[in-house]
Design a protein around this ligand. Structure first.
Ligand SMILES: [Zn+2]
Length: 76
């Protein structure tokens, strides 16, 4: 499936609710190492709603700054 961060077809399901309820599923991208849960907010799991600064579509991952910037934590 498509990764929500690098937009490549390199993501796979890696876990799901152990009770079989399908309450949540976790995905992981083998290209950019991003992982996400299907129940997270659209600003995390919808590429159209994610902050473009943190998207990795078309980015050469070997040239990323280190450490790679991450979005600020959400304030409650
Ligand atoms: Zn990715």
């Amino acid at each position: 499936m498509m990764c929500v961060r690098c937009c490549e077809d390199t993501a796979n399901q890696v876990a799901e609710a152990p009770d079989g309820s399908h309450a949540w599923v976790v995905y992981y991208c083998t290209r950019c190492n991003f992982s996400w849960r299907n129940t997270e907010e659209p600003e995390v799991i919808d590429p159209a709603k994610r902050d473009p600064y943190f998207q990795l579509k078309g980015v050469d991952l070997t040239n990323l700054m280190h450490p790679c910037p991450i979005p600020p934590l959400k304030q409650e």
